[in-house]
Design a protein around this ligand. Structure first.
Ligand SMILES: NC(=O)c1ccc[n+]([C@@H]2O[C@H](COP(=O)([O-])OP(=O)(O)OC[C@H]3O[C@@H](n4cnc5c(N)ncnc54)[C@H](OP(=O)(O)O)[C@@H]3O)[C@@H](O)[C@H]2O)c1
Length: 356
């Protein structure tokens, strides 16, 4: 199905087009019917000349440089923070709006940090002048999408979350590491670490604390700190209580999250489930009778964040009407799609059109 959108009339640069997020951005743009002639695929000098299949033709990758952005309306950055810091100013100067997937600008005061279903109004209402808009951390997006429908209905007072994060969160290198370790285990009969792995621990047959650096003072790793800081910024709530634990699991694609929330007002099971009705981008999958709930395999490749396993926190009493203010749930979302590429394209679609 071809969905036409405001993007079709714009020239779009994808910086990091050869990476796992960049390729997913191209897949989302293709789904939306954006023609190849509107897209400029950019990456490092290593990838110059690489062909990427796109809607029956081929995009030829060019090198991303300061001069790459002439005539570009929207530059979607899916490279590192260093690349975003070096090249985003040149994209702005050339008149493009930057949508950045890295963490370079997420906490900057004048940069909106956007999940369209939650705080997209911040950009729709904005001026049509070039600026940077940041795409949040993938675990934060999946967490807030899972919680937002309930937060709107019953208010929120705290979040405790444990993540089960896919290896593709560390890019193509993470996928390659798990693929190689599966082959290694077949040969050797046991676990082993890929030499080229971006992780210090073996992925296959293993679970380990998130690979981002641990702060020696707080004990939090970088991913946990991002979930705290970015959830607070997106919800506009600097004091929000968020307690995360971030872990990698041997899953190729899609992050899972076990979430416990405290609400301002107590709710029943039926009321919690009903809160998701009509909320875009989140799908309830809560079949207690057959024990069928969200899994990363079900979420992979899908736009929706899947939520289920809704149950009252058993450490708290239900009130006389069967309601409680403490709920547990489980969510799975494709971090390459809603956690990165899809969210970035949804942001780009909301940008006010600008006459050149
Ligand atoms: N993976 C996820 O789940 C996820 C989720 C949310 C956000 N992000 C963020 O998205 C960004 C991309 O991550 P990824 O997972 O897609 O990584 P990746 O698979 O390693 O891809 C990295 C991309 O950056 C390009 N690149 C490297 N150096 C460059 C340079 N000097 N100039 C231009 N392009 C350069 C690479 O091009 P070459 O092929 O030429 O090296 C490649 O296209 C990162 O900031 C990451 O933190 C990732």
């Amino acid at each position: 199905v071809t969905i036409t959108s405001g993007l079709s009339s714009r020239r779009i640069a994808v910086v990091g087009a050869t990476g796992v997020v960049g390729r997913e951005v191209l897949a989302v743009l293709a789904d939306r019917g954006v023609p190849a002639s509107s897209i400029v695929a950019l990456a490092s000098s290593r990838s110059v000349g690489t062909g990427i299949p796109y809607r029956g033709s081929t995009l030829t990758v060019g090198e991303a440089t300061a001069g790459s952005f002439a005539g570009i309306d929207v530059a979607i950055f899916t490279a590192s923070s260093a690349v975003a810091r070096a090249l985003a100013p040149h994209a702005l100067e050339a008149g493009a709006t930057v949508v950045d997937n890295s963490s370079a600008f997420r906490l900057a005061k004048d940069v909106p940090l956007i999940v369209p279903e939650i705080n997209g109004g911040l950009i729709s209402a904005g001026e049509a002048k070039p600026r940077i808009i940041a795409n949040p951390n993938c675990s934060a997006i999946i967490l807030l999408m899972a919680v937002e429908p309930v937060r709107r209905r019953f208010g929120l007072s705290s979040i405790v979350v444990s993540t089960y994060q896919a290896v593709s969160g560390a890019g193509q290198a993470g996928l390659d590491a798990l693929t190689e370790e599966i082959a290694l285990a077949r040969e050797s009969g046991g676990p082993g670490r890929s030499q080229a792995s971006p992780f210090a621990e073996p992925c296959f047959l293993n679970v380990f604390s998130h690979n981002s650096a641990v702060d020696p003072v707080t004990g939090l790793n970088g991913e946990e700190q991002k979930i705290i800081d970015e959830s607070r910024k997106i919800l506009g709530w600097p004091g929000l209580a968020v307690t995360p634990t971030c872990v990698r699991v041997p899953v190729m694609r899609a992050h899972s999250e076990a979430i416990t929330i405290r609400l301002e007002k107590p709710a029943s099971y039926a009321e919690v489930v009903a809160a998701y009705e009509g909320f875009p981008g989140v799908r309830v999958m809560d079949d207690r009778a057959s024990n069928r709930f969200p899994t990363p395999l079900k979420a992979a490749g899908n736009d929706d964040v899947l939520v289920g396993r809704f149950r009252p926190d058993p450490s708290r009493e239900l009130d006389a009407s069967g309601r409680t203010d403490a709920w547990c749930l489980f969510a799975c979302g494709d971090q390459l799609r809603k956690g990165a590429a899809l969210n970035a394209v949804q942001i780009a679609e909301r940008l006010p059109l600008r006459a050149r």
